[in-house]
Structures are given as structure tokens and as C-alpha cells.
Design a protein. Sequence first.
Length: 114
Amino acid sequence: QVQLVESGGGLVQAGGSLRLSCAASGSTNGLNVMAWYRQAPGKQRELVASVTLWGPANYADSVKGRFTISRDNAKNTVYLQMNNLKPEDTAVYICCAATNNVYWGQGTQVTVSS
């Protein structure tokens, strides 16, 4: 089992920045993919960014150039640096990690005011 704990959400004005963290614990060997999803009220959960153990990152078109995903394998932690935030980025941001199974965190609220 893998446990994921997110932190770093909050309220920010449009144009501001936030950095999310997600720390994994438990059976963390082989966390091939770590990712951030988000879900806004009334909308489906969508992939924001993902990064493999040694490979490049992938981003949703809506966040390219503004968000950066990174991971510290020694700390089993994935980060999401969010810059130039927009009101449409408001959502619960949920960490995801995949080995042979998929694990989800509880999520952290990000609210961007206009």
C-alpha cells in the first residue's frame, strides 16, 4: 500500500503562485508514475501533469508554460509549481501514484480569485 499526503493548497489572487507537495509513504518502491489531477465542482477529474521515474514530464495544454511538475525520488515526493494562476485553475488538486496499482491522495483545495 502507498499513502499520499498533499499540502500547499490555498487561496491566491489571479496571477499568483502556489507550490503543491505530495509525499508518498508505505510501499514506495517502483513508483513509476506520479501525477497531479484536479477536479472542479461539476466537472470531471482531469490530468494536470505527470512525470515518470526517469522520463520527461507531460502537461495538460491548459497549464503548459505555467505549471511545472518535479519529483524528488529520494524523498518520494512530487511537486507542482503553479505560476500565473487563473480563476479557472480553481479545483481540488489530487496526487496520484502508480506502480502495479494506482493510489490517490485526499486532495488539496486551490482557489484562485479574480
